[in-house]
Design a protein around this ligand. Structure first.
Ligand SMILES: Cc1ncc(C[n+]2csc(CCOP(=O)(O)OP(=O)(O)O)c2C)c(N)n1
Ligand SMILES: [Mg+2]
Length: 578
């Protein structure tokens, strides 16, 4: 049968369940875009910048059941998109990146956008496909989807040359997509060993990451069977209900909340699932090696990288946790700890920590504690929170409890500013019935904030809360004490009301603590009535988060003695003499 390459590609994308593509068309993708437009299943979404498009694809994969997909022009589209592809690559998020390719049938050189894209994509995607014939298109997209969604998921790159898209070619068949059912099981001997260790432990603790996000119910069951406190990574914050009495904090070590520090101090055995003990999760590796570590991950590369494990189990989080629960049940295991005293201690520590953020309402600025309290009370229980990277990230992670899996997302290990506005738009696209609140710093907002026009164009009533401190706050705070300067971390004046008007979103301002509740209610009301809304929050960043305190503490401690003296002397000199 004869089909154009564009038709074949769209057929394959439909078969693997794609619902949206993100990107900007160019001469190398107009046929693809036309075929996408004719699809009843797929809607191609126009973005302002492919970097935003990639953040959108990433966020759609995180918060919905269809895979985030890019449709971009060769080279320039790919280099722009790399920020979001990097997020997906380091956080294990499935994504399909379809780029047009220059003509392969003319023998011409120095074509527009001509570049070795496959080579460019190598360090930032799980696999790359440079398609050469019509017959390769469907099988390549199926294979790409399988790679993107299996093992540790990730982005996969596909180059589709423009001549294949444009012209008809003969294909042998149009096969339907049949998902690979192969599910390798975790090693039963290792499960047994882990169970023996859990049974012997006096104070086990769980630490879970994003890879366990769909195992939340099982993790709750296991934590309750063990009476074990639970901490999560930042990506994995929603992998365990934050209002559960056994939940402690995001992070492990000096940068985690006091409840997690208490549990860590007491633990004599740790079951870590789907975490790499990366820098953010551990607050710059600010903890002693976990005791009797059982490390579970789908990617065996992560074992023994940062902390040595006693037992490592390669496998999917859901399967491994289920297998452990089944074995414990078979042994009729019951713990002999006092669940009440453990949960009472965690409650006391968590409540005390939160109360430190509520030290009296201010008249001229917004305190993070009152803000997040009011936001939590007023948002629906199934609202999504999308965060960017900065000081606001850690405030949200410490002060806003999230109970439903995948309902809190943030750019974490690749840590790319600019994620939030596009990420929130895609989250709303994938979840039109749920509220979506974006929490973004003023600096990060300046990177991709104009994408609010996409929310307007597609009728997506996201609430964009901008924490306006006039600075790149997370960085300026680290400059202030040691350097007594804020080099390149003070932003110019930004007229957010003007930006709202210019992009067609509603505008609400929160200037002090007395206004928080009323203005949040107003924003939610506007959003519930179909209006995207920018909420400017005059935020008070004077109080440090645990993350900040912990990172400063552990890093300074590690400085060589002479360097420590030099830093302290320089700081004193700059603060005294200037
Ligand atoms: C693409 C990119 N550039 C620079 C950084 C370094 N960085 C991390 S947080 C931060 C400050 C963010 O400022 P803002 O968005 O205003 O958030 P705030 O910290 O003030 O809440 C910077 C510059 C980064 N993570 N990503
Ligand atoms: Mg800021």
């Amino acid at each position: 049968m004869k089909r154009t390459g564009a038709q074949l590609a769209v057929y394959a994308l439909e078969q693997v369940g794609v619902k949206f593509t993100f990107g900007i068309p160019g001469t190398h993708t107009t046929e693809l875009y036309d075929a996408l437009d004719l699809s009843e299943q797929i809607t191609p979404i126009l973005v302002n910048h492919e970097g935003s498009g990639a953040f959108m694809a990433e966020a759609l994969s995180r918060t919905s059941d269809s895979i985030g997909t890019l449709a971009i022009v060769p080279a320039a589209g790919l280099t722009h998109a790399m920020s979001g592809i990097g997020e997906a690559f380091l956080d294990g998020i499935p994504m399909l990146v379809i780029a047009g390719g220059t003509r392969t049938d003319t023998g011409r050189h120095y074509q527009l956008h001509q570049f070795d894209q496959v080579e460019l994509a190598k360090n930032i995607t799980k696999a790359q496909f440079g398609i050469k014939t019509h017959n390769e298109i469907i099988p390549s997209i199926y294979k790409a989807y399988e790679i993107a969604t299996s093992g540790e998921p990730g982005p996969v790159f596909i180059e589709l040359p423009v001549n294949l898209q444009l012209f008809e070619g003969e294909v042998d068949e149009m096969p339907a997509f049949v998902p690979n059912q192969d599910q390798s099981q975790p090693d039963p001997n290792k499960i047994r060993e882990a169970v023996e260790m859990l049974k012997k432990a006096e104070n086990p603790m769980l630490f879970v990451g994003w890879g366990a996000v769909d195992a939340s119910d099982l993790t709750v069951e296991l934590a309750e069977m063990l009476a074990a406190p639970v901490a999560t990574t930042l990506q994995g914050k929603s992998a365990f209900p934050n209002t559960h009495p056994l939940y402690t904090s995001v992070g492990l070590g000096a940068s985690s909340k006091p409840s997690a520090q208490w549990a860590l101090k007491k633990h004599d055995m740790m079951l870590a699932v789907a975490t790499r003990f990366a820098e953010i999760a551990t607050g710059s590796y600010g903890l002693d090696p976990p005791k009797n570590l059982v490390h579970v991950d789908i990617n065996s590369d992560v074992f023994d990288k940062n902390f040595k494990s006693e037992i490592s189990i390669e496998g999917d989080a859901t399967q491994v946790i289920k297998a452990i629960i089944d074995e414990l049940k078979r042994d009729s295991y019951t713990h002999n700890r006092s669940l009440e005293s453990i949960t009472a201690k965690l409650k006391e520590k968590n409540e005390k920590y939160f109360s430190e953020w509520l030290k009296g309402k201010k008249d001229n600025i917004v305190s993070p504690g009152y803000f997040f309290k009011a936001l939590k009370v007023q948002l629906d229980k199934d609202a999504y929170l999308v965060i960017d990277d900065g000081k606001h990230t850690f405030l949200a992670s410490e002060l806003f409890p999230v109970d439903l899996p995948r309902h809190f997302i943030s750019p974490t290990d690749f840590n790319c500013m600019g994620y939030c506005v596009p990420g929130a738009i895609a989250t709303k696209l994938g979840n039109p019935e749920q509220q979506v609140a974006a929490i973004v710093g003023d600096g990060a907002f300046m990177m991709t904030g104009l994408e609010m026009t996409t929310a307007v164009n597609y009728g997506l009533p996201v609430m964009f809360f901008i924490f306006n401190d006039g600075e790149l706050g997370q960085i300026s705070q680290f400059q202030k004490v040691p350097l007594n300067s804020k080099t390149c971390s003070v932003l110019g004046e930004i007229n957010f009301e003007g930006l709202a008007a210019g992009t067609g979103v509603a505008y609400v301002k929160i200037a002090n603590d007395h206004e928080s509740e009323k203005q949040i209610a107003k924003a939610i009301d506007l959003s519930n009535n179909g209006q995207p809304v920018l909420i400017e929050v005059k935020i008070d960043y004077s109080k440090k988060t645990m993350l900040t305190k912990g990172v400063i503490k552990v890093n300074l401690k590690r400085f060589p003695f002479k360097e420590k003296i030099r830093f302290i002397a320089r700081s004193l000199k700059r603060h005294i003499i200037g």
